[in-house]
Design a binder for this molecule. Structure first.
Ligand code: URA
Length: 445
């Protein structure tokens, strides 16, 4: 037996500080130490900063991902016969794609074991949106989760406390030590959680633009390439789709409002931008899961599942299975939205076109109204938000309404309106909208 002596945390920190590559054993010791407390918070923070400054190779990132994934329970779902494919988005404004995509993919033959997170800052979170459905529970025990995946081929839950504890600890430290912005740390954080779900394959929606984590195409592509490389190296076929997040996706921003819009989409009445992103990601899932070899055939299946109502029925089954009121599907007015509304109108001298609507500012305005969290344990108001009455490219008369704010706290309205006003840009000429899908990154070799 080879006995590997543990190193002192300061020696591991020093190695990375001096630009050395860490060994697998050093990385495993770090992750184990984060969970056990053997690495003190100040030592973990120092190592995180050294990683931010000096980076990690693909090999180190894969070791970090693997050690973090194995820091808690790793789900295995051998009893599920269908291909198990999930989607992860790096986060945006108005991004309710998961609510449409999971039932749609299940209606087309996949199993979708989806573990999601809550919203933070200007971006929304799938768990919060689901909780806007009366009675819906995002907590299922292991037996109920598996039974649901067997019966209706989809589940949407939060990650249980015993999964990936290293990320929970490290993310909290990164948040308060300015060490979030690092491609290897982001990769390990995202993938350790996704790969602990027991999936066969993964589709990543890497958002790029004003409302996204990654502001430039070069940064988004770098993150996408790294995510795909690491995940594929770890044995999970993975594709990343780069999608534009300059404007909010769809017309609704805010939890109840977004569920209403997702139901409209499943009824075939979704806005074009939201459906485009949803179809692209879900078709990618069907292909990666081996059900189709051709994207256009996969897309035909998705469009048929919307047209014949099977995707909507799958959503109804999901809501019912997780304790929600399935009547919301027929009657979305059961999803409570704030009764106080304010229409924000254009103040133009002449007819114009909306050139852009800054997603970050709309997301911030929605957060000010109470739809999002300024810090992780803040309480949110599921009923408030913003409905975009005009989208980029739309023609606007001089004092036409641009958007409607749904609010509960009149005190918050003025600041939110100011932010909304700063989000709109106009053009005297008709506007050509850029493609929403900016690229596709697949594993090389
Ligand atoms: N999302 C995550 O889960 N982790 C990160 O580090 C960044 C975004």
């Amino acid at each position: 037996m080879v006995l590997v002596m543990a190193e002192l945390p300061q020696d591991i920190i020093r190695a990375k500080r001096d630009g050395e590559a860490l060994t697998k054993a050093q990385i495993e010791q770090f992750v184990a130490g984060v969970v056990s407390g053997a690495f003190r918070d100040y030592q973990s923070s120092a190592l995180l900063m050294a990683i931010v400054l000096n980076g990690m190779s693909a090999e180190e990132t894969a070791w970090l991902t693997d050690a973090m994934m194995r820091s808690g329970r790793v789900v295995d779902l051998p009893e599920i016969e269908r291909p198990k494919v999930d989607k992860h988005s790096t986060g945006g404004v108005g991004d309710k794609v998961s609510l449409i995509l999971a039932p749609l993919a299940a209606a087309c033959g996949l199993c979708v074991p989806m573990m999601s997170g809550r919203g933070l800052g200007h971006t929304g979170g799938t768990l919060d949106k689901l909780e806007a459905i009366p009675g819906f529970s995002v907590e299922l025990d292991d037996a109920a989760y598996r039974a649901q995946l067997r019966s209706i081929h989809q589940a949407m839950i939060g990650q249980s406390a015993d999964m990936v504890p290293a990320d929970r600890k490290l993310y909290a430290l990164r948040d308060v030590t300015s060490t979030v912005e690092s491609v290897p740390l982001i990769c390990a954080s995202i993938l350790s959680k996704k790969l602990a779900e027991g999936i066969d394959a993964l589709v990543l929606d890497v958002k790029c633009g004003k409302g996204a984590f990654m502001k430039t195409e070069a940064d988004a592509r770098q993150l996408a390439e790294s995510l795909v490389r690491i995940s594929s190296t770890m044995g999970k076929p993975t594709t990343a789709i780069l999608t534009r997040m300059d404007d909010p996706l769809g017309r609704m921003v805010g939890n109840s409002l977004e569920v209403r819009e997702a139901i409209d989409c499943l009824k075939g009445q979704g806005p074009a931008d939201l459906m485009e992103v949803t179809y692209t990601l879900t078709a990618e899932m069907l292909c990666l899961g081996g059900l189709y070899s051709d994207h256009s055939e996969a897309r035909n299946c998705l469009e048929a599942a919307i047209a014949d109502g099977s995707a909507l029925r799958a959503f109804e089954q999901l809501v019912d299975a997780q304790g929600g009121d399935p009547k919301v599907v027929k009657d979305p007015s059961l999803l409570k939205v704030a009764t106080q509304t304010h229409e924000f109108c254009a103040t133009l001298l002449e007819t114009a076109y909306v050139e852009s609507i800054d997603a970050l500012r709309i997301g911030e305005a929605a957060r000010m109204l109470g739809a999002g969290r300024a810090h992780a344990d803040a309480v949110i108001d599921l009923t408030v938000g913003i409905e975009l009455l005009k989208k980029s490219g739309d023609r606007v008369e001089p004092s036409e309404p641009l958007c409607r704010l749904y609010y509960s706290q009149p005190d918050e309205l003025a600041a939110a309106l100011e932010r909304v006003e700063s989000a709109y840009a106009f053009s005297a000429e008709a506007v050509d909208l850029p493609d929403l899908v900016m690229g596709r990154v697949v594993a090389s070799g």
